[in-house]
Design a protein. Structure first.
Length: 75
């Protein structure tokens, strides 16, 4: 297992429906943690890179209704 973090900036803050859908994202094999930062308008996802890639993680978040704008470059 190779764990990676990816951070995405979002536009419209997630509401109750989106947060409920994010809760279901835990069922996707390879998603380890999801953390939202309301102040920075970002979502950080820890995932297993042997199972998923950044694009697949972004697709999971979009299916949950998250208004993704851009991937944040981690240093």
């Amino acid at each position: 297992m190779t764990l990676l973090d990816v951070v995405f900036r979002y536009g419209t803050p997630p509401g109750a429906r989106e947060m409920w859908a994010l809760n279901n994202a835990w069922q996707v094999y390879g998603i380890r943690k999801i953390k939202s930062d309301e102040k920075e308008h970002t979502i950080r996802v820890e995932f297993d890179a042997t199972r998923l890639n950044d694009g697949e993680v972004a697709a999971i978040l979009r299916r949950a209704g998250i208004d993704l704008r851009e991937k944040v470059q981690l240093v």
